[in-house]
Design a protein. Structure first.
Ligand code: KG4
Length: 345
């Protein structure tokens, strides 16, 4: 049984994964309400909140699930905010000492890689292995506030990064766009809300890097273009056209994501057997619909992460500690360090 801790940014989270039964418990304390007032995550405040909330969360987890069967502690050790990661890693090492079990570091992005597969684990490891074998090689898109990348997961579970963003991440572009529109934080869901009432073709915003053979993303152009558009309008007009501006801006960001995913599927020439979507922006309904369409066109299953496993969560960290046989053994033991700028591969 794996007990996992996650504190890379603004959620303090604990989860327990039992290889025979799947995720048996998840406990989260979200700091969104605190950071909302500041228009974004304040690292110092986030660190203090992790320090305050790990002990009560772990106490609850122990009361509700018991720690008797725990054989391993897993903890996110990067990428993320250094001091926030350090709180989780220190807590994990203390737990490992107290429970006399090993501790392993899990790359947060590898958690996102594996999050769409959590739901496949319903009837134990043998059933999971059989279902997984039918879905690899896999193409995945991770879209969060800090990352936007396409990767492949091969039949022997090796991860290869195909492309990433040259500037802003998709979530960052949505958050910055929302700020320009005066909508608040986090911007993605607020833009989505406005976009439902607007026309996606009302304004013409750029779609990142146009070349089809180029899989990298770029979102700085669309953000600048929104700023120019807002400057051209009177403040009352911006207010009146918030739904149209939001819908058009969101469409430009989502189109760029869908186009590059389509290009990667085409470059794979039928070799991919599933398409995954994970990270906070994966909550976006229009993006889920667009990628479901891409998967359908290639007649492969679409695996979006469940909403509770899209943002930061410990469930995906526990699951990756078990399923990711190529990544977790690389960083383990009481000498475990934080790696704030770790990449995926
Ligand atoms: O994965 P996550 O918690 O961030 C990182 O750890 O980086 O994702 C947060 C990001 C934010 O940029 C937020 O605006 C975006 O995910 N997001 C959304 C939606 N819900 C969250 N973006 C678009 N539509 C949504 N419904």
């Amino acid at each position: 049984m794996i007990l996992a801790l996650e504190s890379s940014c603004d959620e303090t989270a604990v989860a327990i994964f039992d290889p025979l039964r799947g995720l048996t418990g998840e406990w989260v304390h979200s700091q969104i309400a605190l950071h909302e007032r500041h228009g974004g995550v304040v690292p110092d405040l986030a660190t203090r909140e992790h320090l305050r909330h790990f002990a009560p969360l772990l106490t609850r987890a122990r009361a509700e699930a018991g720690f008797d069967g725990v054989t391993q502690i897993a903890v996110t050790n990067g990428p993320g905010l250094a001091a926030c990661l350090a709180i989780g890693v220190a807590a994990a090492k203390s737990l490992a000492l107290a429970l006399k079990v090993p501790v392993v570091g899990v790359n947060h992005l590898r958690g996102h890689v594996w999050s769409p597969f959590i739901e496949l684990h319903t009837k134990g490891p043998a059933e999971f292995e059989a279902r997984l074998a039918e879905l690899l090689p896999h193409l995945g898109l991770i879209v969060s506030g800090g990352n936007t990348l396409l990767f492949t997961l091969s039949a022997d579970r090796r991860i290869t990064v195909l492309s990433s963003t040259r500037d802003d991440a998709a979530g960052e572009a949505l958050d910055k766009g929302a700020k320009l529109l005066g909508l608040g934080y986090p911007g993605g869901p607020l833009i989505e809300q406005q976009a439902r009432k607007g026309r996606p073709d009302a304004f013409d915003f750029p779609r990142g890097i146009g070349r089809r053979d180029e899989l990298d993303f770029s979102f700085s152009g669309v953000k600048t273009s929104l700023r120019y558009q807002i400057e051209k309008l009177a403040p009352a007009e911006v207010q009146a056209r918030l739904p149209d501006l939001s819908a058009s801006y969101q469409q430009a960001v989502l189109d760029a994501l869908a186009r590059k995913t389509r290009a990667a599927l085409a470059q794979g020439a039928g070799s991919f057997r599933s398409l995954g979507l994970s990270g906070g922006v994966a909550n976006n309904q229009a993006l889920r619909t667009a990628l479901a369409g891409e998967a359908k066109r290639h007649r492969i299953p679409f695996l979006p992460a469940q909403p509770k496993h899209t943002g930061d969560n410990a469930g995906m960290i526990a699951f990756a500690a078990w399923a990711d046989i190529t990544g977790t053994e690389r960083s383990s033991g009481l000498g475990l360090r934080v790696e704030p700028s770790a990449g995926l591969a």
